[in-house]
Design a protein. Sequence first.
Length: 277
Amino acid sequence: MPSPERPVIGFLSDFGFDGAAAICRGVMLSIARDAQIVDISHSVAKYAIREGAYLLWAALPWLPVGVHVAVVDPGVGTERRPIGLRTGRGDLLVGPDNGLLLPAARRLGGATEARLLEHRDWMLPNTSATFHGRDIFAPMAAHLAVGEPFERVGRLLAEDSLVALEFAAPVVEEGLVSTTVLHVDSFGNLRLAGGVAELAAALGPIEPGTRLEIELPDSMRPRDEHARYARTFGETSAGDLLLYEDSSGNLALAESSGNAGRRLDVEPGARLGIRRA
């Protein structure tokens, strides 16, 4: 007889690796001993809600349906609400009501139900004002992972009462795509708003090798750079700038065998323009 599947808990935070993430995992495992905890990232920039939301959006479609807890929470201890969301795919998302969860929920079929986390028996007995990841979010996620009903976490919330967060959208004009850096990954690649469809709408059909001009108005040294469109890193030489379609279907800008973020002096939120060279 096959054994029952072990529950999956996805976990993302800006805690780094100084012990806070391990403490939260310990709390979850003390309640859900068989849980498989998938560490999505704990290197989100401190307090960077939008970056955490992007990484959650990018990762969760590839995780099994489960309970996912995210903690990037500069408002911990204030009146910001702890919430849980049920998604159309069947996942349960747990975290602060600061916009962190909503983009991922939309990508998983939408937030079909939102609830306030207020069931005291599913929190640690002594709830601190500064570590809700340990005291509220981790134990709530673990109770849900072992099959406790979502309805018991607390009262229903109207979706339009939740703090909204939208990623920047590209602006398409004839001959120009104006886009925004959504994330700079650990390789220094710039993950951009918009995809190949927007690029083609502005510039016409783009083939590998097409030369492009990259406008950098928000760089520490505003200027233009040249890049080529490529399908893979292997189509370019070390040091070349390339524009490509990333694994999430968005455009991205990279330096082959290098670090585009450092080379171009840009951070998340910076604007870029893309036109034919």
